[in-house]
Design a protein around this ligand. Structure first.
Ligand SMILES: NC(=O)c1ccc[n+]([C@@H]2O[C@H](COP(=O)([O-])OP(=O)(O)OC[C@H]3O[C@@H](n4cnc5c(N)ncnc54)[C@H](OP(=O)(O)O)[C@@H]3O)[C@@H](O)[C@H]2O)c1
Length: 293
């Protein structure tokens, strides 16, 4: 097959940055950030896809600010709910494959065992509701779309829990961290590597596997476990477990968001590593220079 043209959105984000970099050897990547393609602008999305004529669209752009989303639901819905549907529509029009990412925050977090793809959704906050709207918009179009739900994304760039804990650890002797929310930390590079691996199986094979998959590292953690793993053996700061009630935030978080990944593993033939192994690899890796901007 000819070298595919790959349109990546949100290429300055944690995941988008890794995708743009790691997909480059496998196609002609058109990496767009907010400046080149504003996902809040429906017409701009249509024009971008019609201009680029991609074989594959990978949508890493999203409104990910969970607490601010409570105050601007219309913006969150435009970017997370409406834009994915337009991208899916445009992809379908030209027979392109779409790879999109969603979140464990589509669930209410009341389970105590991992959520399968077909578990009932019940988002607890505006961000989760907007991402669910995006999933539904893609499903309604019904083209060659793959949606990967994942959770707790971090990396060495951007805004994330790992960098917050590192910064706070340098400033304080004690960190009080929520211990009653359980999920799975996912290094953005591992998610991008998994995406590249499925893309390398070929676009026709991907088109046949269109659907919704949970893509996540194995194991589980509380935010407190995650913080302890980040701080490692250091004597300070001391990590003190607290409850969600002791750390009120504008947006409600699900108490449990572990995703069952068997469907992904059975379909694509591999599993992601344990989150602790990925974290160890992440903290030992150099920060890559910018490719966009
Ligand atoms: N972060 C998590 O913990 C998490 C958990 C589960 C699922 N996910 C999903 O995983 C995907 C990747 O997330 P991430 O962690 O890589 O997010 P991220 O680091 O916040 O990156 C998102 C990117 O989207 C861009 N963006 C925001 N509004 C835009 C707009 N109107 N037009 C174009 N680009 C826009 C942002 O640009 P600016 O920098 O200019 O705002 C940013 O570069 C998303 O679909 C997210 O919902 C994330």
């Amino acid at each position: 097959m000819q070298r595919p043209t790959i349109l990546v959105t949100g290429a300055n984000g944690q995941l988008g940055f890794e995708l743009a970099r790691l997909l480059a050897p496998h196609g002609d990547v058109v990496a767009t950030d907010r400046g080149r393609l504003d996902l809040a602008e429906a017409d701009a999305i249509v024009a971008a896809v019609r201009g680029v004529k991609p074989d594959l669209i990978v949508t890493a752009g999203a409104y990910t600010a969970v607490d601010p989303a409570e105050k601007e639901p219309a913006v969150a819905h435009a970017i997370n709910g409406r834009a994915p549907g337009i991208l899916a529509e445009e992809a379908k029009r030209i027979g392109a494959v779409l790879i999109h990412y969603s979140t464990d925050y589509v669930f209410d977090g009341t389970r105590a065992t991992p959520y399968p793809e077909d578990a009932p959704t019940a988002p607890q906050n505006v961000y989760g509701a907007s991402k669910l709207a995006g999933e539904r918009a893609i499903a309604a179009v019904g083209g060659y779309a793959i949606v990967f739900r994942t959770s707790w994304v971090y990396g060495l760039r951007g805004k994330n829990f790992l960098l917050n804990i590192r910064r706070l650890a340098a400033e304080r002797d004690e960190l009080r961290i929520v211990a009653d929310q359980i999920g799975v930390p996912n290094w953005c590079r591992v998610l991008a590597e998994a995406t590249v691996r499925v893309v390398r199986s070929g676009l026709p094979a991907l088109a046949e596997r269109a659907g919704l998959y949970h893509l996540s590292a194995t194991g589980q953690a509380s935010w407190c476990d995650f913080a302890r793993a980040i701080v490692g053996d250091a004597k300070t700061p001391r990590i003190v477990p607290i409850t969600t009630a002791e750390y009120p935030l504008p947006a409600r978080r699900p108490a449990y968001g572990v995703l069952a990944t068997e469907r992904f593993e059975a379909t694509f033939g591999f599993a992601l590593p344990d989150w602790r192994d990925a974290l160890a690899r992440c903290v030992a890796s150099p920060i890559e220079p910018d490719v966009v901007g």
